[in-house]
Design a protein around this ligand. Structure first.
Ligand code: IMP
Length: 422
C-alpha cells in the first residue's frame, strides 16, 4: 500500500505526529499537504523530544520530507527548524519545499491578531500565526509564494501591491501599525539564499516516488473537524486537512491514494472556540487535562476535554474515507471507574441521531447521548500487544470498532515511539 494519508479524525492534537513518526520508519517520503506553523507536533523519539511546527514529521527519521503547494510557510519558522535539524545531526537536504506554497508575510499574523481582537466574544480562537489571512490572500490572488522570493524584482512588486492594501486595512480598519516596504522586502529577499536549495517540484517528486513503488506518507495537520469545508465552520482552520486535501495539496490525483488512517484520541479535546457536545464539566475534565498533558504545543493554551464522540468520529470516517483507525492515549483513561462514550446526539426536537448534523444550529444545540462503559484501574505500561490490555480497555477498543465499522489498527498507550500497540 504505497500511498497512505494520516488524518486527524477529531479537533486536532490526536497524536498524529507520533503515529506518522512510527509509520515514517517504513516510508520513503513523508509529505505535509496543508496548514502551516499552526500545527504543533510533539514527538518523543530515541530519547529526544521534538516539537515541530512547519516541517513534516519524516525529518526526524531522515526521510525525504515534502512541504506541498497546499501549505503556508513562515520562512522564519522553517529556517529555525532547518537549524534544529543541523543541530541534531540531520542533513536538511532531505527537505523539499514546493515553490507554489504560499508565504506567511508579517502582515498576516498582525491581521490575524487584530481581527480576533475585533471579533471579541465571537473570536475563532486562532493560533494567531497568520494562517487565515495567508490563505485569504491566496484565494484573493494577492498571495506571495515561495518561488517569488527567488526573484528580488518580482518579490518587491508583489510586496508593494499587497502592502498598498494591507496597510490601509491595518491602519484605518484595525487602527494598528502598518509595515514598511523596504524593511519587509529586505527581510524576505534576505531569505532567498537560504530557501533556494530547498525549493523543488513536490508534485513531480511524489509522482515519481509512487511510480517507483516507494512508500509515501501524507501527513495531515489540524484535523477533520477543523477542515474549512467540512469542519465546524467558522471555528475551523483555513485549509483542507481531510484526506482528499492530500491530492490537491501535493499535486497528485485522488486515485493515487491507497489508504487513509484516521487518528483519534481515546477521548476528545478541542483548542479554541466552538461547540463541543461531549465536553466534560466537573473534576474529570481537570483529571483528563492533567493526565493527558492537554496543553497546546503552539499556543500553550489548556485544551478543552471531552469523552469520545462517536458521532463526530463516524462523520470523520465518512468524509475522509478512513480505512483504519489509530486510537491514541488509551493509557490516559486508566483509573476512571467508568468511561462515558457519546454514541448519538439528541437534537432540539428530542430526536436522536447517530449522524453528524448537517445544519450548524442542530450541532450547536446537540446534546450527547451517553453509553457508560466499564473503566479499568491498571496502567497500560506492561501491555506489549492489544491482547495484553486489561479486559475493559480491550472491550473499549472493540466497542469503537463496532460502532464505526472500521478496524482499530494501532493503539497508543504511552508517549514514547514504541508505546503503540499494533
Ligand atoms: P488557525 O489555524 O490558527 O487559523 O486557527 C483556527 C482554529 O484551528 C482554532 O480553533 C485553532 O485552535 C485550531 N487549530 C489550528 N491548528 C491546530 C492544531 O494544530 N491543533 C489543534 N487545533 C488547531
Amino acid at each position: 500500500m504505497p500511498a497512505t494519508v494520516v488524518v486527524g479524525a477529531q479537533w486536532g492534537d490526536e497524536g498524529k505526529g507520533k503515529i506518522v513518526d512510527l509509520l515514517a520508519q517504513r516510508s520513503d517520503v513523508v509529505c505535509r499537504y496543508q496548514g502551516g506553523p499552526n500545527a504543533g507536533h510533539t514527538i518523543v523519539a530515541g530519547g529526544a523530544t521534538w516539537k515541530l511546527r512547519q516541517m513534516p514529521t519524516g525529518v526526524i527519521s531522515g526521510k525525504t520530507s515534502v512541504i506541498g503547494a497546499g501549505c503556508v510557510v513562515d520562512p522564519h519558522v522553517f529556517l529555525d527548524e532547518v537549524d534544529l535539524l543541523v543541530e541534531r545531526g540531520i542533513d536538511p537536504a532531505i527537505v523539499v519545499l514546493s515553490g507554489n506554497a504560499h508565504l506567511i508575510m508579517p502582515w498576516h499574523p498582525a491581521i490575524d491578531q487584530a481581527s480576533e481582537r475585533r471579533l471579541g466574544k465571537l473570536q475563532i480562537g486562532t493560533t494567531r500565526r497568520g494562517i487565515g489571512p495567508a490563505y485569504a490572500d491566496k484565494a484573493l490572488r494577492i498571495g506571495i509564494r515561495v518561488q517569488d522570493v527567488l526573484d528580488a524584482k518580482i518579490l518587491r512588486q508583489k510586496i508593494e501591491v499587497a502592502l498598498a492594501e494591507k496597510n490601509l486595512w491595518l491602519e484605518r480598519i484595525y487602527e494598528t501599525d502598518g509595515f514598511d516596504l523596504e524593511e519587509v522586502w529586505a527581510e524576505y529577499a534576505g531569505y532567498a539564499e537560504r530557501l533556494a536549495p530547498f525549493v523543488g517540484d513536490a508534485s513531480l517528486l511524489v509522482d515519481q516516488a509512487l511510480r517507483d513503488g516507494k512508500e509515501v506518507l501524507f501527513e495531515g495537520a489540524q484535523a477533520t473537524m477543523l477542515d474549512l469545508d467540512h469542519g465546524t465552520y467558522p471555528f475551523v482552520t483555513s485549509s483542507n486537512p481531510v484526506a482528499s486535501g492530500a491530492a490537491t495539496g501535493i499535486g497528485i490525483g485522488p486515485t493515487r491514494i491507497d489508504r487513509v488512517l484516521g487518528v483519534a484520541k481515546a477521548y476528545a479535546t478541542r483548542v479554541g472556540e466552538g461547540p463541543f457536545p461531549s465536553e466534560i464539566e466537573g473534576p474529570d475534565r481537570e483529571r483528563l487535562q492533567e493526565r493527558g498533558g492537554e496543553l497546546g504545543t503552539v499556543t500553550g493554551r489548556v485544551r478543552r476535554c471531552g469523552w469520545l464522540d462517536l458521532v463526530a468520529l463516524r462523520y470523520a470516517v465518512r468524509v475522509n474515507g478512513i480505512t483504519s483507525l489509530a486510537l491514541t492515549k488509551l493509557d490516559v483513561l486508566s483509573g476512571f471507574p467508568e468511561v462515558p462514550v457519546c454514541v448519538a446526539y439528541e437534537l432540539r426536537d428530542g430526536t436522536r441521531t447517530p449522524h453528524f448534523p448537517a445544519h450548524q444550529s442542530d450541532f450547536h444545540h446537540a446534546r450527547a447521548v451517553w453509553e457508560r462503559l466499564p473503566g479499568w484501574d491498571e496502567p497500560l505500561d506492561d501491555a506489549s500487544s492489544r491482547d495484553e490490555l486489561p479486559d475493559a480497555a480491550r472491550r473499549y477498543v472493540e466497542f469503537v470498532e463496532r460502532a464505526l465499522e472500521v478496524p482499530v489498527e494501532l493503539v497508543g498507550v504511552g508517549a514514547a515511539r514504541e508505546r503503540v500497540l499494533a
